[in-house]
Design a protein around this ligand. Sequence first.
Ligand code: UD1
Length: 372
Amino acid sequence: MRVVYVIGTRPNFVKMAPVIAAMRARHPDGDHVIVHTGQHYDRAMSEIFFEELGVPTPDHMLEVGSGSHAVQTARTMERLEPVLIDERPDLLVVPGDVNSTLAAVLVASKLQLPVAHVESGLRSFDLTMPEEVNRIVADRFSEYLFMHSEEAGTNLRAEGIPAARMHMVGNTMIDTLVALRDRIEAADSPTRLGVEAGDYALVTLHRPALVDGPLLGETVAQLAALSRQMPVVFPVHPRTRKMMEAAGGGVEAPDLRLSEPLGYLDFLSLVAGARAVLTDSGGIQEETTYLGVPCFTLRANTERPVTVDLGTNTLLGLDPGAIASIPEALDGSPDQPPQPPPLWDGHAAERIAEVLVPAYADAGERRAVTSR
Ligand code: UD1
């Protein structure tokens, strides 16, 4: 069995580390080939995740880097096609909804290679989000759809996708969290950053709808105001940093602490200790739900409604002014965090391997017979 895993961005590494490990454990004799597209390339956005999560060194580095959506996707397609022609895998496994995922699914489909999509069925119903387009295409052209919540199944059924392709397996991002829980606790990042556990707000923002326009300045002003009530720790994504620099003007707020992007262990240690998290990320809405930390999402919608239904996540809208409501909302938040959704239990990747390995374990023999 030869499997190619295509990964390219920070959240991809977190979602796929346990999948690659579980596939290798279940089928050690198989060829497990890792392709890193290079969509994320800074050490803090890439290498550190490979080290901390124990992802093996990629077999192929495509080094596509940054660019417009068309450039990034096209460059990935051009560089991935010869790799797949050369490797002739039995199966491709791709995670999430980033441009690397879109490109990989398109190339594989044209080469008639089956694709397994991890984190399938999420929908924001907002086609202005680049990720929404990527998700729809990935699900439409994948053979195996691995879902982490009930609404994913509802969404896929509404699109007419046959039930035989859907597999409810749970959340592989939570697998990583569960596997590294002790090391996350040992990291004790709040203390190292000089903030007290349970006392600070943690912020991440990177979506174009928020940071690529005038809302960014308003958001930073609101964060400065919030920091007068509780320390605000803000590791800044490179896209956001670039936009903040382009807008000029720093902020005068000693308790608004900006930093470079953090590695996985440091960041999750900060999430676990936060009084509140403010974000526009998808994965962080899930990690806070698992950890029972109040999350405020600065977006008009979410493709992860289960996090809102459980009460850990509050949608603030795409409205920086709503940041001012956070302290009061925290006063009213329940003491007991809810149970995480079913199958967010640290074993999702094993369930994926249980489906894929029996289906492809003798693929090498079949290939040999066909070519004879
Ligand atoms: C991408 C994904 C988004 C995901 C996010 C996680 C798409 C369409 N978007 O957004 O879904 O939530 O990753 O972080 O695929 N940059 C660097 N160094 C890096 C990577 C990026 O400086 O290592 C800068 C570049 O200026 C680049 C910008 O960040 O132009 C944006 O990077 P890009 O990969 O295009 O999108 P993200 O905003 O990271």
